[in-house]
Design a protein around this ligand. Sequence first.
Ligand SMILES: NC(=O)C1=CN([C@@H]2O[C@H](COP(=O)(O)OP(=O)(O)OC[C@H]3O[C@@H](n4cnc5c(N)ncnc54)[C@H](O)[C@@H]3O)[C@@H](O)[C@H]2O)[C@H](O)CC1
Ligand SMILES: [K+]
Length: 215
Amino acid sequence: MTQLVTVDEMQQIEAYTMEESGLSTAVLTERAAMATLNVLAAGRFDLSKVLVLAGLGGNGADGVALARLLHQAKIPVTLQFVGNVNRASQAVKNQLKAANACGVPRAEKSDFKEPSLIIDAIFGIGLNKDLPDGLQKMLKAANHIDNTVVALDMPTGIDADSGEVRGAALKAKATIAFGYPKAGCQRGQGKKMAGRVITQNIGLITADDFAFSIQ
Ligand SMILES: NC(=O)C1=CN([C@@H]2O[C@H](COP(=O)(O)OP(=O)(O)OC[C@H]3O[C@@H](n4cnc5c(N)ncnc54)[C@H](O)[C@@H]3O)[C@@H](O)[C@H]2O)[C@H](O)CC1
Ligand SMILES: [K+]
């Protein structure tokens, strides 16, 4: 059984990795995007028309980096931000600069019936309150459309510790867990919304004496 982690434990391991290795968040984000590309390219998913839905924090940064890698691999991809990109984190803005430099196509408002695959890079482990009403409506509508969603790290709308739905959640066929699967994708509604959890190594360093709380 793969070790499950809480949000706090994941954040401790990420911080420890950067302190011990000197590797930056940008490097870990690139590793997450590359690991996701490997899973997507393994043949289980239809990559004929990919839509990346990106949020404004670390999860969004993963999504923008993935959009760049997909585009550079000649996979048809469009990038759509969920939220006002002017309010995005510096990590997202840095990733957007790189994506723009490669000519990654942008979408403003997509028809969720169109893509062969939707990448959920809206919220990951940083979700800390119910989703805004507008986003709840969007996710509920998306869940009623026959499409394939792959979530990065966590399905958006699911609390990464409890597995509870924070207003609404986007149902995924698969969730790519970076480093360790989060407790929330094995608990409550999270188990249903996460779909198949595929854990990917992104080069995290965990102290030998790290005490995981979930046995
Ligand atoms: N930290 C690392 O080294 C790595 C992180 N990875 C990815 O980053 C996310 C976690 O990123 P974080 O910025 O902490 O949180 P999110 O991206 O999930 O959320 C963004 C931001 O949104 C705010 N927020 C939370 N809940 C709500 C809400 N209901 N409505 C509006 N806004 C909300 C809050 O401020 C959050 O900070 C992790 O899951 C990974 O995908 C990299 O993969 C590896 C390195
Ligand atoms: K996500």
